[in-house]
Design a protein around this ligand. Sequence first.
Ligand SMILES: [Zn+2]
Length: 239
Amino acid sequence: MAEPVKLFQYNTLGALMAGLYGGSMTIGELLQYGDLGIGTLDSIDGELIVLDGKAYQAKGSGELPEVVEVSDEVTVPYAAVVPHQAEVIFRQRFEMNDQELEQRIESYYDGENLFRSIKIHGDFAHMHVRMIPRSTDERRFAEVAVSQPEYHADNVSGTIVGFWTPEIFNGVSVAGYHLHFISDDHTFGGHVMDYIIKEGVVELGAVDQLDQRFPVQDRKYLFAKFNLDEMKEDIDAVE
Ligand SMILES: [Zn+2]
């Protein structure tokens, strides 16, 4: 049997929602566990995009988003990566919106109870993204998320990366799709809101295991009192 594919997740989305934004794992370490993924940076400073083993940060600043490569010493409070192995690859040959493409993607799933990694490279007639703005620990994610910069691009080529999470793991991650985008020229990117794909190649990867890491030396996490109802509301509201 082939080596099991491990989805590596550092911290949980729930902890992030509760306001634990301090980075405690380096990008250098994170990249040892996978070559494709998503997350955010220390102080929730924008969106993390891991593509082909490299880490990028998309930040909202003014009129245009800014995309930069992230160096190994930068830390993350939350991230998920996988050694992506496409199990299903199909070509999307005609224009579809995100909901239509999601339906097509789901037609290849064997049931609804496994995570999947997703990579879509293509030409997009439209791409709509947002970026979480840098914040301090004192504010709940849902409060910060009210004023997130959003950006639109027309006729942009690039890659969507991320995960599909089963409903039973909501809280550990966000149930359903969590996708980030980076353009081929590395000038545009962020957390995907919606899009129209003109044509492209869709790769769906299997996930056999979840390697859930905890910030075991982070006192804020260790002694935090989480309000689960609030956390679920916040995930529904902002993700
Ligand atoms: Zn995101």
